[in-house]
Design a protein around this ligand. Structure first.
Ligand SMILES: [Zn+2]
Length: 164
């Protein structure tokens, strides 16, 4: 994460940054951990994603690594773990995108809109996954209707909902 061009990293590289505060909350210095894990916007987005994935949120999560570990260590089959890993990457990417839109286009988007976009990104990325990922049964796209009524321990159901 030290490579990402947050304000503190740019300053370390000798680039003059007039305002070190986070562009999203305007409250704390912008560094990778703040931007992706501690900022109120990032936490709201993660909370929604955890809720979508039916993974219990923990308020004491203090770093992106802790958030990713919690997602990766949540119980589930191998296929499920691949899906949540992809969703976690989509979430990090979208938080970075929200920040950049605010800085470079002067355009903020709501947490709900960001969450909707993460769900869309995850679904599109899933469709573009290598065939080996899609082959693992039950496939996202070939799930029989009965899976739509499955309990939360079959999280691909929620992915399926994205395209409905
Ligand atoms: Zn912030």
């Amino acid at each position: 994460m030290g490579k990402i061009a947050t304000k503190n990293e740019l300053q370390k590289r000798g680039i003059g940054i007039p305002d070190m505060l986070c562009e999203t909350c305007d409250f704390e210095e912008e560094n990778a951990n703040h931007l992706f894990a501690k900022c109120v916007t990032a936490r709201s987005i993660w909370w929604n994603i955890f809720s979508w994935l039916k993974i219990p949120w923990q308020t004491n999560l203090d770093s992106l690594q802790e958030i990713l570990d919690l997602i990766q260590n949540s119980p589930g089959a191998k296929t499920w773990k691949r899906h949540v890993h992809m969703i976690a990457i989509a979430t990090v990417w979208r938080i970075w995108n929200v920040r950049n839109r605010r800085i470079f286009e002067g355009e903020g988007i709501s947490v709900q809109k960001a969450v909707d976009l993460i769900k869309e990104d995850s679904f599109i990325w899933k469709l573009r996954s290598p065939p080996s990922l899609l082959r693992s049964p039950p496939s996202l796209l070939r799930s029989p209707p009965s899976l739509l009524r499955s309990p939360p321990q079959k999280p691909y159901v929620y992915l399926k909902n994205v395209c409905i």
